[in-house]
Design a protein around this ligand. Structure first.
Ligand SMILES: Nc1ncnc2c1ncn2[C@@H]1O[C@H](COP(=O)(O)OP(=O)(O)OP(=O)(O)O)[C@@H](O)[C@H]1O
Length: 299
């Protein structure tokens, strides 16, 4: 697991990560989401010991990165898939990393096979397509067979087949009991891959929970009635929150659809329509991060 405690990073007067406390659990894929500049990469760099926190701590299975005897065997990462030397072959790129981390050379063949690069193992990394480069980055992350994986935007720039492959791989690794943290700035991407979501904005934790919690948070009961003014007041008196929706409907939150129907019946209000509306995850994400987007479109 990864534990962040009051993790903070300042660059001059810019706070990139602000008092972040978080537990990333094993056995599930955790999606780390936030608009551009939210602090995802900075957080990952601090987990990996590549950046020192201004304050707070980040531990991997109870230890800071610099305390790990064989880091690659505990935590695998991909921050930038283009990390390989362009003239070095995929095989050599992995072999050097294996040799400097006391990992047997046979593991290089295993991970090449795992990511489907065996046939091009002798080709220079610089000749690889985006998808192949991404696969090589993931092979390097898996080299030490680590229980914890941290991948920054692993789906970025991949074709649909590559995206499906990464999703299946991540889910398989989590199912083996590993801790898998993957970042993205797109909710739609995460919705298909992650079991849990952590949303940050301006370096701060905005929301955290199971994917289902996010869809539930975005849902509302839609009501159409010829007595909308009266019924809106009755709903609010009963503790619900009401806002106008399209086509004269009322969008009710904080009350179950059944209770909205019961209230209408008890008060003799005629209903033309009563239904549950689910906002898409993307809409929920936009709503959550509206104030946190660093360079959002003017509204
Ligand atoms: N080395 C640095 N020096 C100064 N500011 C930095 C540095 N690294 C990051 N920042 C700033 O910290 C903030 C968080 O950046 P970070 O790259 O962690 O965000 P992110 O969520 O990963 O964004 P993206 O999705 O765009 O990669 C940004 O405002 C960025 O400009």
């Amino acid at each position: 697991m990864i534990q962040l405690t009051a993790l903070t990073k300042r660059y001059g007067d810019k706070t990139a990560v602000d008092d972040l406390t978080l537990l990333v659990r094993p056995g599930v894929v955790t999606g780390f989401l936030g608009p551009n500049g939210a602090g995802k990469s900075t957080t990952m760099r601090m987990i990996l010991g590549l950046d020192l926190p201004t304050s707070g701590t980040a531990t991997i299975n109870g230890r800071a990165h610099h305390e790990l005897p064989h880091p690659l065997r505990t935590i695998g990462s991909m921050l930038d898939a283009r990390a390989a030397h362009p003239r070095r072959t995929a095989y050599k790129h992995l072999l050097y990393q294996a040799q400097t981390n006391a990992i047997p050379a046979t593991r290089v063949d295993e991970v090449l096979d795992l990511v489907g690069l065996t046939e091009v193992a002798g080709k220079p990394a610089g000749s690889f397509s985006m998808g192949m480069t991404q696969r090589l980055g993931i092979a390097a992350a898996l080299l030490g067979d680590p229980p914890v994986l941290v991948l920054d935007e692993p789906v970025n720039g991949l074709d649909p087949e590559g995206v499906r492959w990464i999703r299946a791989l991540m889910r398989g690794l989590a199912a083996e009991g590993r801790t898998v943290l993957i970042s993205s700035h797109l909710m739609s991407e995460m919705a298909m891959t992650a079991d849990r979501l952590v949303v940050i904005g301006k370096g701060r934790l905005i929301a955290e929970g199971e994917i289902g919690d996010f869809t539930a948070a975005g849902s509302a009961v839609a009501v159409r009635t010829p007595e909308s003014g009266v019924f809106a007041r009755l709903l609010e008196l009963a503790g619900a929150h009401v806002r106008p929706g399209p086509d004269d409907e009322l969008l009710v939150t904080g009350m179950e659809a059944a209770d909205v129907g019961r209230l209408a019946a008890a008060e003799g209000v005629t209903l033309f329509e009563l239904s549950v509306r689910h906002a898409s995850l993307e809409e929920t994400f936009m709503e959550l991060t509206r104030d946190a987007a660093e360079y959002g479109a003017a509204r």
